[in-house]
Design a protein around this ligand. Structure first.
Ligand code: LLP
Length: 421
């Protein structure tokens, strides 16, 4: 559920007309709803209500905007980070280090040092060489790093190949069958406190079965590790729960279904459970607001050329992702259209032959469910300015990232003397 609703025929975000934001800030612009963020945190937390103080660490990569992170910090969430930059963003937004977990296959020594200095809750390690590097760094700082190994359970998440992470051929985690050896080696590293198991098999999962299969493997491993003398105290079950994008598709499992499954599968594990939800917290809390530049006749359906492009919202070109596209003020019935951006690539296509509100030049459209992996994946391709972001709460709204003047982009480059002469 979100808070983008039609009032008197015009889309509002909470109590603010989308058109008012477009007029004041210009388009394209990302618009986020605080009420939706708050609701989703509540729903996810309630779904885990039967568990003993789980750590809900928001996957910062899904939406790293400072105002969004600060909102989630106020709601008590932790953070799952995958870079030094995300770590600093999370801390700057008020997320305490003791609620931060550091994931990722390529943590550098410098990033490890930063995270150790801040005293984060846990490192999720993904290889033996990484464990060795972290142990050395921790020792050199007179510390012991709290760690889990992320295991690769060799489970097919059944989602898009580019966002599947739990098959043995994927780069993530340590092979399940080698886990006991990897843990034994890590126990001998004096800079590490080996205390957990982690798993994350992919994103936008629309079926609980692969998640359950992976969690069952985590449970079995916890038992084997304890038999081998490891003191396992945490289990991080990752993120991955899907959200509804296409209203004509069946609904993905609800957080409540997910929570019930976790509660059942993890019974008796006797660990602190951790979660890294991203999309399910922020996905439906954001929309990309864009204006139709012109409508051009095509060989079949008309091309609706909007001022947003693949650099602003990459998901359709990268994953063939489906985002609902709605007129902010529907006025002319429905019809088929191809919705494209101005970037010079055929892949700059948001939808082909889409049955949608008929729109004309100057109309506003909203790309729904764009709060996760939207602005965060934007680029300046075609020398387009980074997309600004707005946060709404009730009848209040604020620009939470301004549109940089294009001069800033140009001024970022420099021309060496030998080229100038
Ligand atoms: N934990 C880890 C270790 C992850 O790699 C991810 C996402 C998450 C948690 C959060 O997953 P979520 O709950 O959001 O599914 N750009 C893609 C999604 C990439 C996801 C990467 N990892 C997209 O736009 O669909």
């Amino acid at each position: 559920m979100d808070h983008f609703d039609y009032l008197d025929g015009a889309m509002h975000v909470e109590q603010v007309p989308m058109a008012a934001i477009a007029d004041a800030v210009g388009t394209p612009v990302y618009v986020y709803s605080t009420a939706t963020l708050t609701r989703h945190v509540g729903v996810f937390r309630d779904a885990l209500g039967a568990l003993d103080h789980p750590l809900i660490a928001f996957a910062v990569k899904a939406n790293p905007n400072a105002a969004v992170l600060a909102t989630l910090a106020k709601l008590g969430l932790g953070a799952d980070v995958v870079s030094g930059g995300e770590l600093l963003r999370a801390i700057a937004a008020g997320i305490p280090a003791e609620r931060i977990v550091f994931s990722g296959v390529g943590k550098t020594a410098e990033e490890m040092r930063l995270a150790l200095e801040h005293g984060i809750f846990q490192f999720n390690l993904e290889s033996e060489p990484e464990a060795e590097m972290l142990s050395e760094m921790a020792l050199s700082m007179g510390k012991r790093a709290p760690v889990a190994y992320r295991i690769n359970p060799d489970v097919d998440a059944g989602t898009h190949a580019k966002i599947s992470t739990g098959k043995s051929e994927n780069k993530f985690g340590i092979p399940y069958d080698r886990a006991l050896q990897s843990y034994a080696a890590a126990r001998d590293l004096p800079g590490l406190d080996v205390r957990g198991v982690a798993v994350h098999i992919g994103s936008q999962l629309t079926d609980l079965a692969p998640l359950e299969a992976a969690f069952v493997k985590v449970g079995a491993l916890i038992g084997k590790l304890r038999e081998a003398g490891h003191d396992i105290r945490t289990a991080d079950l990752g993120g991955g729960l899907g959200v509804p994008y296409d209203p004509s598709e069946p609904l993905p499992p609800s957080p409540a279904d997910y929570g019930a499954m976790v509660t059942r599968v993890a019974r008796g594990w006797n660990v602190r459970l951790m979660f890294e939800p991203g999309r399910v917290i922020v996905g439906n809390a954001g929309a990309l607001l864009s204006r139709v530049v012109r409508v051009k006749q095509g060989a079949q359906a008309p091309f609706v050329i909007v001022d947003a492009a693949m650099n602003d919202l990459l998901r359709p070109s990268l994953y063939d992702a489906w985002h609902d596209i709605r007129a902010v003020k529907p006025a002319a019935g429905r019809g088929a259209a191809n919705v494209v951006g101005p970037v010079c690539e055929t892949g700059d296509t948001f939808a082909m032959h889409r049955d949608m509100d008929v729109v004309e030049a100057g109309d506003l459209v909203a790309f729904m469910t764009a709060g996760a992996y939207g602005a965060t994946m934007a680029s300046t391709y075609n020398s387009r300015a980074l997309t600004p972001e707005v946060l709404v709460s009730g009848d209040k709204w604020a620009v939470v990232r301004a549109r940089p003047p294009i001069e800033t982009l140009i001024a970022g480059d420099s021309i060496p003397d030998w080229v100038k002469d």
